[in-house]
Design a protein around this ligand. Sequence first.
Ligand code: ASP
Length: 362
Amino acid sequence: MKSFYYLCAKDNTNMKRTNRVLLIYTGGTIGMGSNCVTGALEPLDFNHLADNVPEFKQISTDIDTYQFIPPIDSSNMSPTHWKQILDIISERYDQYDGFVILHGTDTMSYTASVLSFMCENLTKPVILTGSQLPIGQLRTDGKENLMTSIELASTYKADGTPMVPEVCIYFNGHLLRGNRSTKQNAEEFNAFDSFNYPHLCEAGVNFTFQEHHILKPDFNKPMIPHPGLDNNLMVFSLYPGLEENIVKHALDAPGLRGIVMRSFGSGNAPQTPWLLKQLKEASMRGIVVVNISQCISGQVEMSRYDAGYHLKEAGIVTGYDSTVEAAVTKLMHLQARFSDPDTIRQYMNQSIAGEITIPNAL
Ligand code: ASP
């Protein structure tokens, strides 16, 4: 086995390179085949996937694999699976240069977001990828996504530190910050984008990295795994005609600790007195209400219109330009770490893994 040690001139960090990447196969279209009875696509085991990629043998990086048994459609992804992925990574952290996670596209952005919060001070690449067509099909996008992800996970700078020490999604030529990504298309190969953050790399003939947009962890410090997740929360979308009784029942749900509220435009809500009263009472009971926009791009600015200002007065916190996937998984992570709602509110207003842009911090 090849093993390299690089000494970072700047900070004397010893980065031990192993020239190995761990490929974690969770399931998803990339490894699917047709059920001979129903005709529906279902996940197949890793050997099927490997048999369809003879190119594996040409990769200079050593690849070990870890397979979910059984592999799952990512619609079945859950906090238990996320803890399992975290354990797989943290128990083998020093043995690999990077990690590639093969995952269904449907919930890939949730998994990428939650892992970014669960892996504090991540110093190695964790790249999620998958495909729109199974890897055995002639026109598959899976091979390119897989090969490029492995290459990205093992790309290092001259000082021995990894090029992308963060949780990313690689798809269709674009490397995206995981907790900024969203599945945008169920049919085209260009399935993901990060509407509020630049791409980290474009993989054309060459890799073009946007280095200044890539996170810079402290390579002298260890990665801290946070396995705890508390999913007592809900996503609540505003729409004209929202009914009082239904909102009241939802907010009174036993155990509810957090709400991700998808508001209009730059963070606005109807100025109906009952809605503001219910949201204010929920906040005062210790429920953390986070305001994110239903728009795919742009920021919440609650002071911009009167319709948003009242929300601020009701104790609702801004989620800035967060995706719904990042807001939900960040709340799960913070709710498990902290019992005090004000502490959770404070952290929701800070970027902890590059997931939000705070305007005056630009
Ligand atoms: N339903 C599949 C999944 O998310 C879709 C895909 O992989 O693209 O597992």
